[in-house]
Design a protein around this ligand. Structure first.
Ligand code: TIU
Length: 226
């Protein structure tokens, strides 16, 4: 098993038991007129990770390794939307209300769908999640256990919200996690920087971070394991 350069120390990549997870690369978070803009967030700050995630997706697909996608969304009747979440953030347009890309964060609406650069292939697992933790009220744990996946390469937005929450919850469930530094972004660059530090402090208390290049060059050398 190859080691890749990572913080706080090299990460051993187990090809037979690894998956890429792409968290919430949705129009609502990345494009004008979506949920993020309605919260007043600077969507320009999360554009850099988009091409990096596309490269990682291509590399994992070439190696026939699983690529998993999550999208944060709610049922059209809002039955899975707690009032505490609905009222958070004081957005201009609330979850469930109509915006320029359809009802905000509602499953099946155009704004809730993936941006074209990072969209899933037809055979890939897509998880609709109502929370910030991708394990909460989803089949993610069952999916990973069924495939004997023990290591997650984590990408997506935003670093300190759904990405960090999912990484922490994955670690509690026993998964080895490496977060790709340039494959994640925040509307607040300083929050991204602090989150990367917090996750890897204390000897990698939650896991590792690495640069996409370290993964891409290692994957480029590998043949399909299947
Ligand atoms: N607001 C914010 O930074 N993030 C979210 O609401 N969801 C995700 O992080 N996906």
């Amino acid at each position: 098993m190859p080691f890749i350069e990572a913080d706080p120390f090299p990460f051993q990549f187990d090809f037979d038991h690894a998956a890429l997870i792409c968290i919430d690369m949705q129009r609502d978070f990345c494009l004008p007129g979506g949920f993020a803009e309605s919260l007043g967030d600077k969507i320009e700050n999360i554009q850099p990770c988009i091409p990096v995630i596309a490269k990682l997706q291509a590399a994992f697909r070439r190696c026939r390794l699983p690529v998993i996608h999550t999208k944060e969304c709610h049922k059209p009747d809002l039955s899975d939307l707690p009032v505490a979440k609905l009222n958070r953030g004081n957005p201009r347009i609330k979850i469930g209300e109509s915006g320029p890309m359809g009802r905000i964060l509602i499953d099946g609406e155009p704004g809730t769908d993936f941006i074209p650069e990072n969209e899933p292939w037809v055979n890939e697992h897509v998880i609709s999640k109502p929370g910030k933790d991708a394990f909460y009220a989803t089949d993610l744990d069952e999916y990973l256990m069924r495939r004997k996946i023990t290591g997650l390469v984590i990408t997506g937005v935003t670093t300190e919200v759904c990405v960090q929450t999912t990484m922490r919850c994955a670690n509690d469930r026993g998964y080895d996690c490496v977060l790709v530094e340039d494959g994640t972004d925040s509307y607040f660059p300083e929050f991204k920087a602090m989150t990367l530090k917090a996750l890897t402090a204390q000897g990698g208390i939650v896991g590792w971070t690495c640069k996409s290049e370290a993964l891409l060059s290692m994957l480029a050398k590998e043949q399909s394991p299947m």
